[in-house]
Write a protein that binds this ligand. Structure first.
Ligand SMILES: Nc1ncnc2c1ncn2[C@@H]1O[C@H](COP(=O)(O)OP(=O)(O)OP(=O)(O)O)[C@@H](O)[C@H]1O
Ligand SMILES: [Mg+2]
Length: 301
């Protein structure tokens, strides 16, 4: 995934991930790694000596001595900056959650670029500017992948983030986040549950996911209900950023209904896959129904 553009202009480049040297008051990288059992006190001392000798950073000295790996240093940095991420050995979620497992990868960087532009263009404290639906015309274009990972990078920035899986046909978020049972969105829309059906994700601070719930026989009818509007209004009081995953826009009218409920959409296209006339048609249909098109994401993995 690379760019987010719209017809107006290209905006500011990506914000850099937090990788600066520690400032006063923060625990040192050595302390964090020793207390988490990733480094012995004796090796920490060796690294400090090498660091003083070379006048280098702790991480660089540790890598030169082969006492730590890049993953260890990323782990310590994430703790130092209160930056939630999941270590590779944690298999409790899908590895597709790359923003959580590989926050400093190219994909992570691109997601943060998208996040910056959405912050500039759309999200603010106004309750009517807290929700965005991710739509795309075809199947397998990366809506669910981007929705999940984008929600993670927003939560890593300290935003109280809610990811809603409104793909009531082929839901993905439950399996990506490997969540337990929840009545889900369909349960809320059928008046069988409330916002407590949105579950926090352990290890990813500030992130809640509302899974799709049981597959209903009448998704369009449920999604068009006033209960969806009320849910978004209630969620806007508790969250800063609400991201909605949708089914393919060409196959079903669901995406249009969801985007109309959200009030705003981002159009995802996948390189060498999405038919551009289909994307243009979907965008036009959304605009005709009064949906604000915040931008588009080119998924060029
Ligand atoms: N930028 C990317 N980098 C790596 N893998 C990606 C990327 N985008 C999508 N994928 C992978 O491509 C596959 C399809 O993506 P995804 O399920 O998100 O698409 P979708 O548009 O939600 O599809 P559906 O129409 O089934 O809802 C998934 O296996 C996903 O992990
Ligand atoms: Mg999907």
């Amino acid at each position: 995934m690379n760019t987010i553009t719209n017809t107006m202009a290209n905006l500011t480049p990506a914000a850099a991930p937090p990788a600066a040297a520690p400032t006063g008051g923060r625990r040192s990288i050595g302390d964090i790694l020793v207390s988490s059992g990733r480094l012995s006190a004796a090796d920490s001392e060796k690294i400090l000596q090498r660091q003083q000798q070379d006048k280098s950073q702790f991480g660089d000295a540790a890598l030169a001595l082969k006492l730590l790996t890049k993953a260890d240093i990323d782990f310590a940095l994430s703790k130092q900056f209160d930056y939630s991420y999941l270590p590779a050995q944690d298999t409790s979620r899908s590895p597709e959650l790359m923003a959580a497992y590989q926050p400093f990868s190219k994909v992570g960087e691109n997601l943060r670029a998208v996040r910056s532009q959405l912050m500039l263009r759309w999200f603010n404290t106004d309750p009517s500017r807290k929700v965005v639906a991710l739509v795309s015309p075809g199947v397998g274009e990366g809506r669910s992948f981007i929705a999940a990972n984008l929600a993670i990078v927003f939560s890593q920035q300290g935003e109280r983030t809610l990811l809603i899986d409104a793909d009531l046909r082929q839901s993905r978020q439950q399996s990506l986040f490997m969540l337990g049972k929840s009545a889900g969105l369909s349960g809320i829309l059928a008046d069988r549950a409330g916002l407590e059906a949105a579950v926090p994700v352990p290890g990813l601070k500030g992130l809640h996911v509302l899974p799709a719930g049981a597959v209903p026989p009448n998704p369009q009818e449920l999604l068009g209900r006033r209960a969806f509007h009320m849910l978004l209004q209630a969620a806007a009081e508790q969250f800063d950023v609400i991201i909605i995953d949708t089914p393919s826009g060409t196959d079903y009218a669901d995406a249009e209904i969801i985007a109309a409920q959200a009030g705003a959409a981002v159009v995802v296209t996948r390189k060498n896959q999405t038919r551009m006339p289909d994307a243009a048609l979907l965008a036009k249909r959304l605009q005709d129904s009064g949906v604000v098109l915040v931008g588009s994401i080119l998924n060029d993995d």
